[in-house]
Write a protein that binds this ligand. Structure first.
Ligand SMILES: Nc1ncnc2c1ncn2[C@@H]1O[C@H](COP(=O)(O)OP(=O)(O)OP(=O)(O)O)[C@@H](O)[C@H]1O
Ligand SMILES: [Mg+2]
Length: 292
């Protein structure tokens, strides 16, 4: 049985406490609770992130007091209503946007710019249409001045890893949406980032391709032992993929709840625990009064 956990602020860092009902049910999804600190190695730490956008006549508070520890080797999803600030948070993690206040630490150092330790996979693929698959995947190495032969060899390795070896010389317009996104993932993986930041990477795909991509991502995640921060609108996708789900409120977003997912992979979407938790989260999002 799923019981909504209460969220309390503890010196600004969020902790979940169990309700009475949860205490009665040690097998509830929330029986493994996030305590805000971890013995595992923290690769990124977000402290009291606040982001305000200023336009000529307006001010938009996109993110309000967002704190999170991102541990090595975890796949963490961020879920929340449309416009609640998910992309804003990811851009701050990537170093593409500076917080209005608060800070982001990467390996205990303040993050002030993008770095090769973080790779971003964009929702709209952001590929170069005039280049072939291999030339797209090689791009980062080319900028880094890596020789042609080494670039080619490494690109083919990652193209194979995402199952596109037969399309290495194809142009981008010849590919399906799912194939394009795999090029985007290979292009990020080839740079060996410690953390991969993914902004709704499967949002534009049909349901069947999306499921295939989810399986591939799990395979890549398990083989490469990467840390992944994954933004999605899909509660189902978040529960299927993640070690932890961060549930945001509507804008200005605060963390409503952080849920540690204890289930082994591969997960069964038809499992009553899975469906119960999905329903609870969807009910929360529906109550936020915006399209989620
Ligand atoms: N460059 C910008 N200038 C001004 N306001 C912005 C800018 N970028 C985002 N916003 C505003 O900040 C808020 C959060 O935007 P953001 O793109 O982070 O939301 P999101 O959760 O990613 O939304 P979605 O789920 O629809 O992608 C929105 O109200 C948006 O209008
Ligand atoms: Mg977004």
């Amino acid at each position: 049985m799923f019981i909504q956990s209460c969220f309390q602020k503890d010196g600004g860092r969020h902790t979940i406490t169990k309700t009475d009902d949860e205490n009665q049910d040690e097998h509830s999804f929330a029986s493994e609770i996030y305590k805000g600190t971890s013995k595992e190695e923290t690769v990124m730490k977000v402290n009291h992130l606040r982001v305000v956008y200023h336009t000529d006549d307006n001010e938009t508070v996109a993110v309000e007091d967002f704190s999170l520890d991102i541990e090595k080797g975890k796949l963490i999803s961020i879920v929340g209503p449309s416009g609640c600030g998910k992309t804003t948070i990811l851009r701050c993690l990537a170093g593409l946007l500076q917080p209005t206040s608060g800070e982001i630490l990467v390996n205990n150092k303040k993050c002030v710019s993008p770095g090769s330790d973080r790779g971003m996979v964009f929702q709209d693929f952001a590929l170069f249409p005039w280049r072939t698959v291999r030339q797209n995947v090689e791009f980062g190495l080319e900028i880094a001045g890596v020789s042609k032969g080494v670039r080619k060899e490494r690109a083919l390795k990652y193209i194979k890893a995402v199952g596109l070896e037969k399309f290495a010389d194809s142009r981008i317009h010849e590919l399906s949406g799912g194939m394009k996104q795999r090029v985007g993932i290979a292009r990020t993986l080839i740079m060996h980032p410690a953390v991969i930041l993914m902004d709704e990477p499967f949002g534009a795909l049909d349901a069947q391709t999306r499921n295939i991509m989810q399986e591939q991502l799990i395979k890549i995640f398990e083989q490469s032992e990467k840390t992944i921060v994954f933004i999605t609108h899909s509660v189902d996708e978040a529960l299927y993929l993640s070690d932890r789900v961060v549930l945001l409120s509507k804008r200005p977003s605060i963390i409503h709840q952080i849920i540690d997912i204890p289930w082994e992979r591969p997960r069964n979407r038809a499992d009553p625990e899975f469906t119960n938790l999905r329903k609870k989260i969807l009910d929360y999002l529906a109550g936020q009064n915006v399209i989620g």
